[in-house]
Ligand binder design. Structure first.
Ligand SMILES: *[C@@H]1O[C@H](CO)[C@@H](O)[C@H](O)[C@H]1NC(C)=O
Ligand SMILES: *[C@@H]1O[C@H](CO)[C@@H](O)[C@H](O)[C@H]1NC(C)=O
Ligand SMILES: *[C@@H]1O[C@H](CO)[C@@H](O)[C@H](O)[C@H]1NC(C)=O
Ligand SMILES: *[C@@H]1O[C@H](CO)[C@@H](O)[C@H](O)[C@H]1NC(C)=O
Ligand SMILES: *[C@@H]1O[C@H](CO)[C@@H](O)[C@H](O)[C@H]1NC(C)=O
Length: 376
């Protein structure tokens, strides 16, 4: 989830000097100064912009809010420059033309593409569809993105093989590399975790065995491999050595800036704007609405034959092109109280980031021209 990721970045910057995991934000307009988060973690640049700290910033330097470059605009390909592509866009650095921000790396095998830049894993774009790159000699090596929907890569034989159906044995040691189909998850039959079968995502009841702890999730460009039934407010959590579907512990009370949240894996410490008094907040709002959104997204991905890979925050990806109504406009699984960012309530893939999306002040144009001139 973009918000939490950006806040994790903040956390890394801020280190362990205090115990807020997220900070309520005051939003600063493009062209205005922005403080370094190590000095003031409560201020962020408005949506569509980032804080540019200059060419050789110190750990406390302040910067200026600078608009992201949008589709077709110049980017220099460096993450420390002032020409950074908007989230979901990549800097296309073809040798034939100047670098520009483009949608890239979003299409799996069989999905529509404009050029090979669209295809994940350097695959080829032939007649408007991604196909396995010629250099691979017919051998896949990435589980999902090198095979069409309905198939996954057997990374032992390097051949695409059909995905498994509900109830099929999966994760059999040394025997098969077949994956459960999109919409299913490979889950253990008992807590000893000797045998696994493919089960529908979001389906296992209280006390059922599960494979791995998923303590927080979002619906940003993919749906997570949740085994436990979210409508019953269950998550897969470790309890005395066994992973089972459980109700997460009740949210901790008290000032978490002073005493950390008791259940660090399912909750985080959220501090309001300009306050160091934190409140523990659960990462996810479980229950009927989250479950409905989750199932709708899973069904939409299957109906539209969207191959699921590591999640794409990209507007042009199959899942955003077909299923954005299930992801954009508020994620039913993420509490609104955790959404303290500046217009970050929607994921990057919810925006087209076309050049009409943002109004860019003249100063930025001047800076851009100056930069271009300095390169000549
Ligand atoms: C921010 O803008 C001010 C005023 O235009 C300028 O003096 C300063 O150098 C800029 N800082 C950075 C990091 O570009
Ligand atoms: C995957 O490839 C290995 C090696 O060729 C083979 O032994 C195994 O049966 C294959 N799995 C499936 C499900 O095809
Ligand atoms: C964990 O699972 C094992 C085997 O299923 C069982 O013997 C053990 O009692 C379980 N531990 C707890 C705390 O439930
Ligand atoms: C569990 O898996 C093993 C192979 O790992 C297999 O021999 C055994 O028959 C399986 N048991 C069940 C109940 O499916
Ligand atoms: C909560 O803890 C922080 C850090 O110790 C402290 O600065 C703040 O004043 C505390 N808030 C209250 C209401 O005690």
């Amino acid at each position: 989830m973009k918000l939490l990721i950006s806040l994790v970045v903040l956390l890394v910057v801020i280190g362990s000097t205090n115990a807020c995991d997220t900070y309520g934000q005051k939003c600063v307009k493009v062209g205005s100064p922005c403080p370094n988060p190590s000095v003031d973690p409560f201020t962020t640049c408005e949506e569509g912009s980032f804080c540019y700290y200059g060419k050789s910033p110190t750990s406390t330097s302040s910067g200026n809010c600078t608009a992201f470059a949008v589709v077709g605009e110049y980017c220099d390909g460096s993450q420390t420059s002032n020409t950074i592509c908007a989230p979901g866009l990549s800097c296309y650095t073809g040798s034939d033309s100047p670098n520009t921000c483009q949608f890239g790396d979003y299409a799996a095998i069989g999905e529509s593409c404009d050029s090979s830049f669209s295809c994940i894993n350097n695959n080829d774009c032939v007649n408007g569809k991604c196909q396995l790159r010629a250099a691979a000699n017919g051998k896949c090596n990435d589980a999902w993105s090198d095979c069409a929907f309905g198939y996954s890569c057997n990374t032992t034989s390097n051949a695409c093989i059909p995905t498994l159906t509900s109830g099929a044995a999966c994760n059999v040691p040394g025997l098969t590399q077949a994956r459960c189909a999109v919409g299913l998850v490979c889950s253990p039959v008992t807590t000893e975790r000797l045998n696994y079968t493919c089960v529908p995502v979001n389906s296992k009841g209280p006390g059922a065995a599960c494979a791995s702890q998923v303590a927080s999730f979002s619906l940003d460009g993919s749906f997570p491999s949740l085994e436990c039934d979210v409508s019953q407010s269950l998550l897969c959590l470790l309890n005395n050595g066994n992973y089972t579907c459980q109700t997460p512990p009740a949210v901790s009370t008290g000032n978490c800036s002073a005493t950390a949240c008791q259940s660090g894996s399912t909750e985080f410490c959220s501090c309001p704007v300009d306050s160091w008094t934190g409140t523990c907040t659960q990462y996810n709002t479980l229950g009927a609405d989250c479950s409905k959104a989750f199932n709708a997204l899973a069904k939409c991905a299957v109906d539209n034959k969207c191959q699921i890979y590591a999640g794409s925050p990209n507007y042009k990806s199959c899942i955003y092109q077909h299923c954005s109504s299930d992801m954009c406009g508020g994620d039913a699984c993420v509490p609104t109280s955790s959404n303290q960012g500046c217009g970050e309530s929607q994921y990057a893939g919810c925006h087209s980031y076309s050049s009409s999306s943002f109004v860019r002040p003249t100063t930025i144009f001047i800076a851009l021209i100056a930069l271009l001139l300095s390169l000549i």
